[in-house]
Design a protein around this ligand. Structure first.
Ligand SMILES: O=C([O-])CC(=O)C(=O)O
Ligand SMILES: [Mg+2]
Length: 523
């Protein structure tokens, strides 16, 4: 796994002068030292002052906080990423709770909706129907050769916002920023890809500024052929161990792509598997508070798409591991449709449709349970099944609540309630790091269970006592290292890890693999 972000001057060559200042991967702006300015022909191209990275960070945060509109902050962050990559990651890592809602849900959703008008320099790689027969050549146009993880979308189901076509690119870009900031995977080995097969979004088709193919979505054979060519080309170009994360495909393609490629490629569907793993983790934590184990509870889902089905299956799998009952028996605890007779203890919303958990629904859950567990998982915030405030108010402060997109703490009758963010961002960065660092060859469902348990183990007793079921994002790098270690450990156990010998201390090994945004010195 590369060089841990520490660039040794004798094994790399960097450009100089203006080219260096325009290269976001190596640019340090005012932080170039006198010696570096001398050696790399920068004198005169920068004003005389020399700033520390800390001062640059302080200034960048100051500027960012002056923007009131989240989308403006998003644009400022993208600009920074394009100008000075390490400073971008330093900001994101050091201010993760403040900046996650900007580079990720909910703001990234708005950015995708308005992508055409905020589009500046292109980010990521676009592969469209026009590239059929030459996908490999297109991949080779990407400036980096050594890629370890791809996040790919076809834009058909962007968060709960629907078909945004080519404008979905904001999602793979944002997810991969999190791979680096939260999971420590080096930015140079991350490749965001959008596959453009058209869009059925009439508004986009009629928009003269739309950046994608102006045609209806290809389906059936035409679609499958392009995806098949893509999957083959990726393996040919980057090798057997390239990790491919499917993101925000519509249900029909998401399940079939995962099934088609799970035995031939290292693939992972974040919406099905990542979401399942994070929710299972939240349940494991919550039951420490509520009492009982998974098999003692009854789960009601609203929405049986990727997330709902994925979560239900992972819960059933975990029950079989813990109780030796059959998967069929375990599934009887889980209801993907509403049936008046059941008395759920856990309510999970994955419908992609906002405002479905009405006052009546929350009150019914509260009449059935002393502490109703309510998860409103649809993204972004506008699609959440209910708000944190509604959950706490309607349950009279009894709900344990988590949502997919962030909500601020809520004060109800003088008490402060901190909602959990059950978002796959807790899982995929550490999960991916774990797969990459042990050279995993395939994803197995047991690895998802390991990740769930790894995450749940990071919640402290004090947090439990306060009703908190997910650890704070401010500790995410440590959390990711622990998840990575749990995943790699399981991969070794199952014979899926190719890196030999197995590192003795996997947490330490994970940490040693993680990218640091600190500037290297250039000789
Ligand atoms: O992106 C997110 O916040 C979570 C996710 O995968 C989705 O909603 O599709
Ligand atoms: Mg997603």
């Amino acid at each position: 796994m590369g060089n841990n972000g520490e660039v040794t001057p004798w094994n790399m060559s960097i450009s100089s002068g203006n080219v260096l200042l325009r290269d976001p991967r190596h640019n340090k702006g005012l932080a170039f030292t006198e010696k570096e300015r001398e050696a790399h022909y920068l004198n005169g191209l920068l004003p005389p002052t020399i700033a520390t990275q800390e001062l640059q960070e302080k200034k960048a945060m100051h500027i960012l906080r002056q923007y009131e509109v989240p989308l403006q902050k998003y644009i400022a962050m993208i600009d920074l990423q394009e100008r000075n990559e390490r400073l971008f990651y330093k900001l994101l890592i050091d201010n993760v709770e403040e900046l996650l809602p900007i580079v990720y849900t909910p703001t990234v959703g708005e950015a995708c909706q308005k992508f055409g008008s905020i589009f500046r320099r292109p980010q990521g790689l676009y592969i469209s129907l026009k590239d059929k027969g030459k996908v490999l050549q297109v991949l080779r146009n990407w400036p980096e050769r050594d890629i370890e993880v791809i996040v790919v979308t076809d834009g058909e189901r962007i968060l709960g916002l629907g078909d945004l076509g080519c404008q979905g690119m904001g999602i793979p870009v944002g997810k991969l920023s999190l791979y680096t900031a939260l999971g420590g995977v080096r930015p140079s080995v991350c490749l965001p890809i959008t596959i453009d097969v058209g869009t059925n979004n009439e508004k986009l088709l009629a928009d003269e500024f739309y950046i994608g193919l102006k045609q209806k979505r290809a389906r059936g054979e035409e679609y499958d052929e392009l995806l098949e060519e893509f999957m083959k080309a990726v393996k040919l170009n980057y090798g057997e161990k390239i990790l491919i994360q499917f993101e925000d495909f519509a249900n029909h393609n998401a399940f079939s792509l995962l099934n088609r490629y799970r035995n031939t490629h290292l693939v992972f569907n974040d919406d099905i598997q990542g979401t399942a793993s994070v929710v299972l983790s939240g349940l494991l934590s919550a039951f420490k508070l509520l009492g009982g184990t998974l098999s003692d509870h009854t789960f009601l889902f609203l929405g049986a798409g990727e997330a709902g089905t994925g979560i239900a299956e992972l819960i059933a799998l975990q029950i079989t591991k813990k109780t030796n009952c059959s998967i069929e028996e375990a599934r009887k605890k889980i209801w993907l449709v509403d049936s008046k007779a059941i008395k759920p203890t856990v309510l999970i919303g994955t419908s992609g449709v906002g405002r479905q958990f009405t006052q009546e629904v929350v009150e019914t859950m509260s009449s059935l349970n002393e502490k109703p567990l309510i998860m409103a998982l649809s993204n972004p915030t506008s699609q959440a099944e209910c708000t944190a405030e509604e959950a706490y108010t309607w349950s009279k402060g009894r709900a344990i609540f988590a949502s997919g997109s962030p909500f601020d703490p809520v004060t109800y009758e003088g008490k402060v309630f901190v909602p959990g963010q059950a978002n796959n961002a807790y899982i995929f960065p550490g999960f991916g790091l774990g797969l990459i660092m042990c050279g995993a060859t395939r994803v197995h469902d047991d690895l998802l269970l390991a990740a769930s348990e790894g995450l749940a183990s990071q919640v402290t007793e004090e947090e439990h006592a306060k009703g908190i079921i997910f650890p704070p994002f401010s500790c995410i790098r440590k959390i990711s290292a622990n998840i990575a270690a749990a995943v790699a450990d399981k991969a070794y156990e199952l014979g899926l890890a190719s890196l030999q010998p197995r590192p003795e201390d996997l947490v330490k090994f994970a940490e040693s693999c993680m990218y640091s945004p600190v500037y290297p010195s250039y000789r």
